[in-house]
Structure formats: C-alpha cells, structure tokens
Design a protein around this ligand. Sequence first.
Ligand SMILES: Cc1cc2nc3c(=O)[nH]c(=O)nc-3n(C[C@H](O)[C@H](O)[C@H](O)COP(=O)(O)OP(=O)(O)OC[C@H]3O[C@@H](n4cnc5c(N)ncnc54)[C@H](O)[C@@H]3O)c2cc1C
Length: 278
Amino acid sequence: MLGQLGEGAKLLAGGQSLIPLLKLRFANPEHLVDLNFIPGTSFIKENGGALRFGAMSRHAEIENSDLARKIPVLHDCAAGIADVQVRNRGTIGGSLAEADPSGDWANALLTLKTTVHCLGPTGARAIPLQDFIKDAYTTALAHDELVTGVEVKVPPKGSGGAYIAFKRSAPVYPSASAAVQVTMIDDTCQDVAIALGCVGLTSIRATEAEAVLRGAILDAKTIGTAAEAARAAADPQPDMRGSAEYKRQLVTALVKRAITIATLRARGKQVEGTHLYA
Ligand SMILES: Cc1cc2nc3c(=O)[nH]c(=O)nc-3n(C[C@H](O)[C@H](O)[C@H](O)COP(=O)(O)OP(=O)(O)OC[C@H]3O[C@@H](n4cnc5c(N)ncnc54)[C@H](O)[C@@H]3O)c2cc1C
C-alpha cells in the first residue's frame, strides 16, 4: 500500500507520536496505513541466542515480558516510557522509526547488538541500529519500507546492564538518560557500552568513558573518571527541561548510577533500577 499510495502515505502504529503531530498540524499525510490490523506483527521470541521483537510489540508487552527481563536494559527502558496509557499503545517499531532524539528505545538498544529488520517492495534488509538512525527524526528507511522487527543478541555470561532516565514527571520525555551494558570477569570489566540520550541530536556512544572502564577494576574512582568522560561527550541544548550545564551534571550522575547497577547485575544480584523523577 505504501508503494501504491506514494510519499503522501504514512504508517500508523501506536499513534503516540504521530497522532499528537497530526493534532498540531505538524504532519498532514494524505493517507494513513494502519498496521494495527496485520496479524503476527506483535511478538517476543528467543531464537539462536537473540531476542526478537515484532515491530508492533507494545512498550507494556515488553515491560511485562519474562523473556525481555533476561536483558535488564530492555525491561528498565520499557517500564519507564511515559505512563501506562502510552505504554499500552506505543510500539518498539514506531519508536525506532520516529527517531526522536529524546526517545528511549534507540538509546537503550544502542548498548546491545541490535539489528532492525525492514521490509519493502525490493525485499528485506537487516540494518544494525547504529546505521538505522541517521539523524534526529531521520532513519535509513525508504518511504515505501517498514520496520518488521528488532533483534537483540543476548549478552554473554557475566553481563549486566541498566537504563536510567531523569524525568520531570511520568508522561514527559527524559531530561537526560544513560544506558550501560557491562561484561565482567571477576572484578574486571571485560567489555562495556555506554549510550547517552537527550543530550544530542541522536544518542551518543560515550567511547572515551568506555575506554576508561574496559580492562579496569570498577571501583568508585574509575567509575567517577568514566562519568566525567561521559559528561564531556554530551552535547546538550538548553530547553524547557534545563540548561546545558544542568543536563551535563545529570549525565555524570546517571552514568555513575547506571554503571553501579549494571555491575551488580553482572554479578547476579537482583537490583531494581528505575527512572528518576524530579
Ligand atoms: C504523552 C506522551 C509521552 C511520551 N513519553 C515518551 C517517553 O518518555 N519516552 C519515549 O521513548 N517515548 C515517549 N513517547 C512516545 C511513545 O513512546 C511512542 O509510542 C513512540 O515514540 C512511537 O511509537 P508508536 O507506535 O506510537 O508510533 P506512531 O506514533 O504510530 O508512529 C511514529 C512514526 O513512526 C512511523 N512508523 C510506525 N511504525 C512503523 C513501522 N513499523 N515501520 C516504519 N515506520 C513506522 C509512523 O509512520 C510515524 O512516522 C511519549 C508519547 C506521548 C504521547
């Protein structure tokens, strides 16, 4: 249908980004192609060492999935998106396709080996997430292509993660967020990924902070140094959520907290890590 209707057509998933844009007259598509009636597009499965989510999997379905809990970053992310009404409608595929710089999914998934599965008239494509998001509100999707699913490799044994966002209240986007995924061998960090959200046009991988942690024993001093490096990687804009300096300060605190929780989880401890509200 997208191919037949041309560029004036837009897909409708959960409508939690698109409907507000329609109401504000910021989007004015000639046609809406509603994905909600296509069977088999909402699922959560484990296969070949990876979790696979149908594009129409709602945030709430992922929040309540025992499979998704295997990768704590996913549960943390899903459970903290907006409020229950938005989580009941909004989808993982719609969130990635929207590529909102403040959206939670892209930031959390960037710390994992994530592939976005897409389908168009010329066939299927599997695009690594880091290549799928091109810029703010811009993805690698062609106008007649859609997201069919999201695949996340289950991290190796000894891994743990955490995703924490700081919000003024539940139904608003975060002021800043941090996702951390670590793999530990005893007390030493073997591998790590850190992604920062809402402090740039797209999520930012804090590679210098990662370099501080890789191969190191994760004590308070090392974690503090990494958090400072993450702060330097952030590129926030001042807006109604706070000044640039305030958001940099948030990044430092969120990264410290996320590394601490991720490390405890990598050691097999059950630690609740929720979003923080002002
Ligand atoms: C009050 C409120 C608060 C919110 N707070 C947060 C928050 O804190 N964190 C957060 O991450 N999000 C937040 N959101 C957004 C929410 O998560 C949306 O659900 C999400 O961004 C978009 O998913 P959707 O399924 O609703 O997509 P839709 O709104 O239906 O679509 C969004 C865009 O993606 C396209 N699209 C949808 N599905 C596909 C697909 N399968 N393939 C290709 N293109 C597709 C559509 O054409 C449209 O352009 C909030 C929304 C509201 C209304």
